[in-house]
Design a protein around this ligand. Structure first.
Ligand code: F6P
Length: 544
């Protein structure tokens, strides 16, 4: 790294960006496009079947050149290599970060501490495939001899969001005579509503937990076991109705699941980067091993692009640099992710963990407090639904919200005119955000003067457009990998450990202290601050 000891804000490129910002603060997209008719054709990048149009961003060629310099000065190239080579770049947990190995083709060599992990990855994938084919073929029989027809994934965070997002995204490819449910919340409602209509004799639980200690998952898994045994009575039924996905064989065995029914992964797979590990077991059962492999190939294609493409044509790098520009120079605090595909309805929720658990940090790798913005808040909803909800703020509110539009050229459900209507809307929204409608234009339509300000659109609101051909398993893999590597690039430039999540610990520990008070119905006098004490007392009074 050129300046590993130089604070980020002292890097020449950062300082040049600070000096550059006043010059471009008042850029107008209308003018940029008018002055440069080729802008929309020029400011695009295409790789692995993803077309990224970044012309509607508040940047000039100079801005981009400086951002690219920032990537170079941040040692991004070396850090990408460090990740791919299995170095322990997750320093606070002293772990390698090798989700890219999960989609490496058979025969590739990726070593962790001298061991090639690719054969292990494929051995687990092969076991998953055998299991998936049994369930899909109706030959995985439950304890009473009936084929399993319902699959319930129990997990939370990365052990839920990836599986549920992928299931929704790839529903089109799912075996429709199987039922899939996902239980994550410790709120009993989640389990109850997911299982109320299922027959335990035909239901299989996949207990997905990297650590196999997570309170929510263990609570739900315990309830699932009671639910299954209430019908089947015999503890031996657990072996046919529960499988585990974990790195913790001991805890799996302690729970009562035969480790022969455990699909393993490794500590070098972060929870939010785990959907291509055995955590994807429910996905593989749903879409079948072949389509799952196609999804892995999509991930791998984007991984290779990220590793090898020059930064100026590197999709994740470009997206990351724009994110850093808006977060640190243009004052944006959030990013809206707007997929124009109903199948991607859980994609924004998935991205929230990926982005914010990775880069929602306030100290650098060496523990120094940052003097800049780290992760934006990511949020979103599929279009066109969002248009009738929060787009009002996007168009006329006071905050700058860069948007990522995601759309597909072909529909998986080509009904009548639906797809053209959908696509007309996504293109129109990006156009409206960028170019708005001036007061003069509104006036010229005969709008009374008093109404003109209300009907004026300031425009100049930036967006990216990601266009793909069709939502296939491979396309989903590319899309997820694109964001994974964008997050990593942002974390690298911002000097963060994007792979730990210490920020979730305090709440867990405090819940562990409060729970005995609630369960014993005995508030510990003055155990907490006066507010928490009062809340505990009030809750317990209500329980009586
Ligand atoms: O919320 C913290 C976290 O550790 C996430 O990073 C992780 O995805 C989730 O909990 C679930 O963890 P596990 O898979 O170990 O149950």
């Amino acid at each position: 790294m050129t300046s590993s000891l130089t604070p980020l804000t002292q890097l020449a490129a950062w300082q040049a960006l600070e000096a550059h910002h006043p010059k471009v603060r008042n850029l107008q997209l209308r003018k940029l496009f008018a002055d440069d008719p080729g802008r929309g054709e020029r400011m695009k990048a295409e790789a692995a079947g993803i077309y990224l149009d970044y012309s509607k961003h508040l940047v000039t060629d100079d801005t981009l050149a400086l951002l690219l310099r920032l990537a170079e000065e941040s040692g991004l190239r070396a850090r990408i290599e460090a990740m791919f080579q299995g170095q322990r770049i997750n320093v606070t947990e002293n772990r390698a970060v090798l989700h890219v190995a999960l989609r490496a083709p058979r025969g590739d060599v990726i070593t962790v501490d001298g061991t090639d992990v690719v054969p292990q990855v494929h051995a687990v994938l092969d076991r998953m495939a055998r299991f998936a084919l049994q369930v899909r073929g109706g030959t995985w029989l439950g304890h009473t001899g009936r084929p399993v027809r319902n699959i319930v994934n129990i997990g939370i965070g990365g052990s839920d969001l990836g599986p549920v997002m992928a299931f929704e995204a790839l529903r089109h490819y799912c075996q429709r005579d199987l039922t899939f449910r996902f239980v994550s919340n410790v709120d009993g409602t989640d389990f109850q509503e997911a299982t109320w209509d299922l027959d335990p004799e035909e239901t299989l639980f996949i207990v997905s937990s990297k650590t196999f200690t997570t309170l929510e998952t263990m609570t739900n898994a315990g309830t699932a076991r009671e639910w299954a045994l209430a019908r089947m009575k015999d503890p031996a039924a657990v072996a046919r109705h529960f499988v585990a996905v974990s790195t913790n064989a001991e805890a799996v065995a302690r729970f009562g699941i035969d480790t022969a029914n455990m699909f393993e992964f490794w500590d070098w797979v972060g929870g939010r980067y785990s959907m291509t590990s055995a955590i994807g077991l429910s996905t593989m059962v749903a879409i079948g091993p072949e389509q799952f492999r196609a999804m892995l190939d999509g991930f791998h294609e984007l991984d290779e692009h990220f590793r090898t493409a020059p930064f100026e044509r590197n999709l994740p790098v470009l997206m990351a640099l724009l994110a850093i520009w808006y977060g640190n120079f243009a004052g944006a605090r959030t990013v809206a992710v707007l997929p124009y595909d109903q199948y991607l309805k859980r994609f924004p929720a998935y991205l929230q963990q990926l982005t914010m658990e990775s880069n929602g940090k306030r100290v650098t790798l060496d523990g120094a407090e940052v003097a800049y913005q780290t992760s934006a808040v990511y949020w979103g909803e599929p279009g066109t639904n969002g248009q009738h909800s929060f787009y009002q703020l996007l168009h006329q509110g006071t905050q700058l919200v860069p948007c990522d539009f995601i759309a597909f050229g072909q529909s998986l459900n080509p009904l009548g005119r639906h797809h053209d209507v959908l696509m007309a809307n996504v293109f129109a929204q990006a156009e409206a955000l960028a170019f708005g409608k001036t007061a003069n234009e509104v006036q010229a339509e005969g709008v009374p003067a008093w109404l003109v300000p209300h009907r004026t659109f300031p425009g100049n609101r930036p967006s990216s457009m990601l266009l793909l051909e069709r939502l296939t398993p491979a396309a989903l893999g590319k899309l997820v990998a694109l964001y994974e590597h964008s997050v990593f690039t942002q974390g690298t430039i911002l000097r963060l450990d994007s792979f730990d999540q210490w920020g979730v610990e305090l709440g867990k520990a405090l819940a562990g202290r409060i729970l005995p008070e609630l369960e014993s119905r005995a508030p510990a006098p003055a155990a907490h601050d006066s507010s928490t004490n009062a809340l505990v007392r009030r809750y317990l009074a209500g329980r009586r």
